[in-house]
Design a protein around this ligand. Structure first.
Ligand SMILES: CSC[C@@H](O)[C@@H](O)C(=O)COP(=O)(O)O
Ligand SMILES: [Zn+2]
Length: 235
């Protein structure tokens, strides 16, 4: 592919083109405090093509021309922007693509994720909250119900992002119903069948993580079941 054709992989006026969408969603995530200070990011898959942001840049200031493009079957880069390195999260994004056939994978440094990772040991669980219904069952078609329990595994952080690969892959395999993995003292990886599903799952999970922290502060166990709040009621 010539240089011009390579650039055509990311040059589009379509706001839903993956290269444009990564920039747009990162600005949205930045405003939620999820990808500030260069941390976090998102990768999107379009068929066999994977769009990856550069490493160590302000994620809210990226433009489509900054995007790397990889061919998923061969893992070869088709487009490498000058003077940039691909995100250190790339091996983690690839785990979601190859093991779960994800359409997009989001990584945030959400403080809700970090606090929850300090409060729970191996898994985060929450039940009987309406927002759980936004999350998929994965192991069977459909979404979790109000009476179901959401389970998100927690893995230990490593000195370098790429070294999380093995434990993240193991967690994905060990928890087939999970659509996210928390990384202790670091953040969270969330993936979905499409970019829009990944976005919704990330939003719903972050809401539930924040809620769980508040419930714990009030002495209400987030997975304690309906009625476990009775002891803390004022009247
Ligand atoms: C604040 S540095 C954060 C990085 O080490 C890493 O955790 C991260 O989430 C982003 O990595 P990047 O390579 O910039 O895409
Ligand atoms: Zn990170």
């Amino acid at each position: 592919m010539s240089e011009t054709n390579v650039d055509s992989l990311v040059a589009s006026h379509d706001p839903t083109h993956p290269a444009n969408l990564i920039c747009q969603l990162c600005r949205l995530f930045y405003n939620n405090g999820w990808v500030t200070g260069t941390g976090g990011g998102i990768s999107i898959r379009d068929g066999d093509l994977i769009y990856i942001a550069p490493s160590g840049v302000q994620k809210e200031r990226m433009v489509a021309d900054n995007m790397f493009v990889m061919d998923l079957p061969t893992k070869k880069y088709l487009r490498v922007p000058e003077s940039l390195k691909p995100s250190a999260c790339t091996p983690l994004f690839l785990a979601a693509y190859t093991i779960r056939n994800a359409g997009a994978c989001i990584h945030t440094h959400s403080q809700n994720a970090v606090v929850v990772s300090l409060l729970y040991d191996k898994v985060f669980t929450i039940a009987n909250i309406e927002q759980i219904k936004a999350l998929p069952k994965i192991v069977e078609p459909g979404y979790l119900g109000f009476f179901d329990t959401l389970i998100i595994p927690i893995i230990e952080n490593t000195a370098h992002e790429e070294d999380l690969k093995d434990s993240l892959e193991q967690a994905i395999i060990d928890y087939p119903s999970a659509t996210a993995v928390l990384v202790r003292r670091h953040g969270i990886y969330v993936w979905g069948e499409t970019v829009w599903k990944a976005k919704v799952y990330n939003e719903a999970i972050d809401y539930l993580l924040e809620l769980a922290v508040k419930m714990r502060q009030l002495g209400i166990p987030p997975d304690g079941g309906i009625g476990s709040e009775r002891n803390t009621r004022l009247v």
